[in-house]
Design a protein around this ligand. Structure first.
Ligand SMILES: Nc1nc2c(ncn2[C@@H]2O[C@H](COP(=O)(O)OP(=O)(O)OP(=O)(O)O)[C@@H](O)[C@H]2O)c(=O)[nH]1
Ligand SMILES: [Mg+2]
Length: 327
């Protein structure tokens, strides 16, 4: 599984491991990352509010300055979060602040899209009582470092599914993986990237970077004999996001007016980079949804034996999972 940072690779593999190798799925390991997600995104939000709004109530300002002073490594998250939680909760539970959080959802691109699932329901995260749910784990962002191999058995066949880090620095580690005997490349890209800048330099468009990386992958001689599947993630949020963040503002040559046109445009930007004679299979997927993930695997015929009875044809009509013909 290849793709830029935050494109959905690990979320996809979490479903696989949880379903097909449950002994290797450790729910507790996500707790510090969930706390870290909350603190980091709350800091981004507070910085944004302090920069863009005037005449903030004094008590808000005090709490926000305090939140911005937090310095919490993942290794300290379980110990430190209870101290920070009071201030975060105080702000998130304030009705007016709550409205600001909701309004910020689509205009603070540096924040993770899924963080609102945490911030708008902050009482649930009281560290005295909180236990991560599967949904929280899927929403949680945990950057991958290195090359992580998972062995799963699906329909009596064993597969080795390799997850990698997608950040620029991590991609240096892909070389060894590509030199190995791999049958299939899954390239992940988020359709929500269009208005975002890279985490790595806060300058380059994430969409542009991902298209360029796809170009490198699809045209790489080492992948010449491998089949390639393009998995476009984030379709669950795309229709709402487009209402708040105009696509044509970021992609000047786009002149459509529908979600379908945006999907088609994004897809074409990837596919036009393919200079090989290879056909690329494409899926639009909500990676948070286990059924959609399983469906993708079942549809990639050579990867998974589709003769099992898990194939649900109805999924093909689901807007969160569709292959390119249904666009
Ligand atoms: N709404 C939504 N969120 C998604 C989807 N796929 C992934 N995410 C979220 O995007 C964030 C990043 O996903 P990851 O799976 O960790 O991304 P990654 O490609 O493994 O990133 P690196 O490990 O940094 O290379 C997480 O918070 C996920 O919950 C999707 O289809 N829809
Ligand atoms: Mg990852």
């Amino acid at each position: 599984m290849l793709g830029t940072l935050g494109s959905g690779k690990t979320t996809f593999s979490k479903h696989l491991v949880r379903k097909h190798d449950p002994k290797s799925f450790h729910e507790a390991e996500y707790l510090p990352f969930i706390y870290k997600n909350i603190v980091e995104n709350m800091q981004i939000l507070c910085a944004h509010i302090m920069e863009t709004r005037e005449n903030l109530p004094k008590d808000w300002r005090e709490e926000m300055v305090y939140i911005l002073s937090f310095d919490m490594q993942v290794s300290q998250a379980v110990t430190l979060f209870p101290t920070f939680y009071r201030a975060i909760r105080l702000l998130c539970m304030d009705d007016q602040f709550f409205e600001i959080i909701k309004a910020s959802r689509w205009n603070v691109p540096a924040m993770d899209e899924n963080i609102y699932h945490f911030l708008l329901d902050i009482e649930r995260f009281d560290p005295g009582m909180y236990k991560p749910t599967i949904q929280d784990i899927m929403f949680c962002r945990k950057k991958t470092s290195g090359v992580i191999e998972n062995n799963v058995t699906i329909s009596k066949n064993s597969y080795s599914v390799t997850d990698v880090g997608g950040a620029r620095a991590e991609r240096k580690k892909w070389g060894k993986l590509l030199a190995r005997d791999i049958g299939h490349v899954f390239y992940f890209a988020s359709v929500l990237d269009y208005d975002k800048k890279l985490y790595e330099d806060d300058k380059t468009s994430r969409f542009v970077e991902s298209v360029q990386l796809f170009d490198n992958v699809i045209n790489d001689e080492r992948n010449a004999d491998r089949s390639v599947t393009l998995i476009l993630t984030g379709v669950d949020l795309l229709p709402t996001k487009l209402q708040h963040s105009k696509f044509s503002k970021y992609c000047k040559d786009f002149n459509g007016d529908s979600v379908r046109a945006v999907k088609r445009y994004i897809l074409n930007k990837y596919l036009e980079r393919n200079t090989t004679s290879k056909k690329v299979s494409v899926f639009f997927v909500n990676c948070l949804d286990e059924e959609s993930v399983i469906q993708v695997l079942q549809s990639v015929g050579q990867f998974v034996d589709t003769s099992g009875d898990e194939l649900n044809e109805n999924m093909l009509d689901d807007t969160e999972f569709c292959d390119v013909d249904i666009l």
